[in-house]
Design a protein around this ligand. Structure first.
Ligand code: SF4
Ligand code: SF4
Length: 372
């Protein structure tokens, strides 16, 4: 039965080091041996400041590296971020300063290995380094995610799919969040990191996972030898059902539903702010396009904040964003847009919001009056 180890913690070095070492030792004291190649996969989504709570805290990464080196292992930090370049993100997010002087390899994911999977996903390309490592340490950040509601331990592994392959998947899958969850579940099954440690100290709620979210201090570190079980424990802590996270739901349908033992004092948080709920697709096929255009939520620019940096245009897998020639404003083609919210994820200026067309807002209002 998987055990989730919970500790109240903070970013004070001595306390954090004690907590992290204890959690990892509890997970498996003998996993890392002299000469073991240990791949450390943090969340370094985008260049950002520590207080924005977008990326795994640099001290957590540093202390995990210290743990690996203490055991005689070879520590490698790797990631394929959605925005920016990995090594620049390492610098901008404060990781390079934190690990300065330590014997650690910093390695871009470059080559992929194609793996076949049983589901409709069929084939996935995952970074070769993942398969070359003896041990993988998964270091996600606890954050909201506008498309998948939360990004935790399973979703963090999507960063092992290299570069443009990620938006390609978004484009292939389109708006189907369940298929995206199936993809994430298959990636998790292929990688299965033995050490998963989530940074739940300064987390993100609201319109995450990028600059649109709101940092919130929870002061929690959670570790588990199974990423999916860790995600389920986080759902318990945030007072939502396991199925609220679609990767959990997909996992359950595939028989991954073991009971989790909680070791430590897990708080019950009842007021965590999630992104706006997804829309329901309904009605006969010939009305769907109209309903989708006029009812469903969609990305929109806050013109007063937009600096026209072009990051959202670069990431958009559906080529649904263009720059208007006359008024120098972004335009969204909502027929092309697949509602993946990659644009919201990468915007460095919190300039993309989730908007609902006026008809959708009216119907929601009427609905809530009757439903209460
Ligand atoms: S919306 Fe954000 S990412 Fe897109 S151009 Fe404006 S500032 Fe850049
Ligand atoms: S406009 Fe944004 S939400 Fe729509 S497809 Fe492009 S990146 Fe995804």
């Amino acid at each position: 039965m998987p055990i989730a180890y919970i500790k109240e913690s903070n970013y004070e070095y001595t306390k954090l080091k004690k907590d992290i070492f204890e959690i990892i030792n509890n997970l498996d004291n003998n996993l890392i041996k002299t000469g073991s190649i240990v791949l450390i996969k943090p969340n370094l989504l985008a260049p950002s400041k520590i207080e924005q709570a977008i990326t795994t805290h640099p001290l957590i990464i540093k202390i995990v590296c210290e743990y690996v080196l203490d055991k005689g292992g070879i520590a490698i930090i790797s990631e394929s971020p959605a925005m920016g370049k990995f090594k620049k993100n390492m610098k901008d997010c404060g990781v390079m300063d934190a690990i300065n002087g330590m014997d650690i390899k910093i390695k871009d994911f470059i080559e992929s290995r194609e793996i076949s999977v049983d589901s409709s996903i069929n084939k996935i390309e995952i970074a070769q380094d993942v398969f070359d490592a003896d041990v993988i340490i998964n270091l996600p950040k606890l954050k909201t995610h506008s498309q998948m509601m939360l990004t935790l331990a399973v979703k963090n592994l999507f960063g092992c799919v290299i570069g443009l392959k990620k938006p390609e998947w978004h484009f292939k899958i389109g708006e189907n969040r369940t298929v995206f969850a199936e993809l994430l579940f298959e990636i998790y099954k292929a990688i299965k990191p033995k050490i998963n440690l989530i940074d739940g100290i300064l987390v993100m709620e609201g319109r995450g996972p990028g600059t649109g979210g709101t940092p919130r201090r929870l002061g929690i570190l959670m570790g588990c030898s199974d990423a999916l079980s860790l995600d389920r424990a986080v759902c318990d802590m945030l007072s939502v059902s396991h199925d609220f996270l679609l990767t959990n739901k997909v996992g359950k349908a595939c028989g991954y539903n073991e009971e989790i033992i909680i070791n430590g004092n897990m708080p019950k948080i009842n007021d965590f702010k999630f992104p706006p709920k997804g829309d329901i697709t309904f009605g006969p096929a010939f009305t769907r396009s109209f309903l989708r255009r006029n009812l469903t939520k969609r990305p929109a620019t806050l013109n007063e904040k937009c600096k026209l940096c072009g990051e959202c245009l670069k990431i958009c897998p559906a080529n649904a964003i263009t720059l208007g020639t006359t008024e120098k404003r972004l335009k969204f083609d909502y027929d092309k847009c697949i509602r993946c919210y990659c644009c919201l994820e990468v915007c460095p200026h919190s300039a993309i919001n989730i908007d609902k067309p006026w008809l959708g807002r009216v119907i929601n209002k009427i609905g809530s009056k009757f439903i209460g």
